[in-house]
Design a protein. Structure first.
Length: 271
């Protein structure tokens, strides 16, 4: 049976929009012919994301929560032993391995699927991508994804999936966490009890994995909402603006640096 479910989305919150794509990506990996679209018009403060799939949203979230997570090119046994220290990773060449494993790609392993997460790296050089690697250097990609997975839970009503927040160190994709950090300046990296939205940050990472918008002239970036149900393979292009005939609105995001952290601000609607 195919289900049509709705999730409340703020179209000006870039983390939520990319999280919608991430949710669609996992639904597709599970094996469903899933499609998704945004219900938005200029008069609405909040919008909706509609996802049509043979797997309920709650089960999609639980599938990600139960998934295994390891660093790419490392054995499971070694990675379990180095959960908190990131020790034993040798420097090898440039890019992902040149930071003692801190930005190494991470593999998310479900029951019958596998996904390599590396949205925080530049595809060509494999160096850190300044738009999407928002966390400070002392925290590893593995630690972040494990923490988000640990805190990920589907609410009783999936309509409010993206509104479930907890106190923890912010990741930077959900603009509500960035707003909460106003005035903290260079002490931002010492704050660990800001409100963070695990479903948004984790699914946004998944969404960014196949859809990395190009930087604008001012190092900001742009994303788009699409107007009709699309599978993940097409939605990846639509969210970056590559399919203009499907676009319902375009938004520009400011990437703000606060100390050693960066965060995505609330987006501005483009005409």
């Amino acid at each position: 049976m195919v289900l049509l479910e709705k999730i409340t989305v703020d179209p000006a919150n870039p983390g939520q929009v990319f999280a919608c794509l991430g949710l669609l990506e996992i639904a597709s990996l599970i094996g469903d012919q899933a499609v998704g679209s945004f219900d938005w018009n200029r008069s609405k403060t909040y919008s909706s994301f509609w996802i049509e799939s043979g797997t309920p949203v709650r089960d999609i979230v639980n599938e990600v929560k139960k998934a295994g997570v390891v660093k790419q090119n490392e054995s499971d046994a070694l990675l379990v032993a180095e959960d908190s220290g990131d020790k034993g990773i040798k420097k090898e060449g440039k890019g992902a391995q040149s930071d003692n494993g801190k930005i190494t790609p991470v593999i998310l392993r479900g029951h019958k699927w596998e996904l390599v997460l590396d949205a925080w790296l530049l595809p060509d050089t494999r160096a850190s991508n300044k738009l999407f690697k928002t966390w400070a250097g002392q925290v590893s990609s593995l630690q972040i994804i494990k923490k988000l997975k640990e805190e990920l839970n589907a609410p009783a009503d999936v309509l409010f999936l993206f509104d479930e927040g907890i106190p923890m160190r912010p990741i930077g994709y959900d603009c509500r966490s960035a707003v909460s950090a106003e005035g903290l300046g260079y002490y931002y990296n010492k704050v660990s009890d800001l409100k963070v939205y695990p479903a948004v940050d984790l699914f946004a990472l998944i969404g960014l994995n196949h859809a990395r918008p190009q930087a604008l002239a001012n190092s900001n970036f742009e994303y788009c909402l699409w107007r009709m149900p699309l599978p993940a393979t097409v939605a990846r292009a639509a969210i970056t603006g590559a399919l203009p005939w499907l676009i319902s609105s375009r938004w520009e995001v400011t990437v703000e640096r606060r100390g050693r952290f960066k965060s995505w601000r609330k987006a501005n609607l483009l005409e």
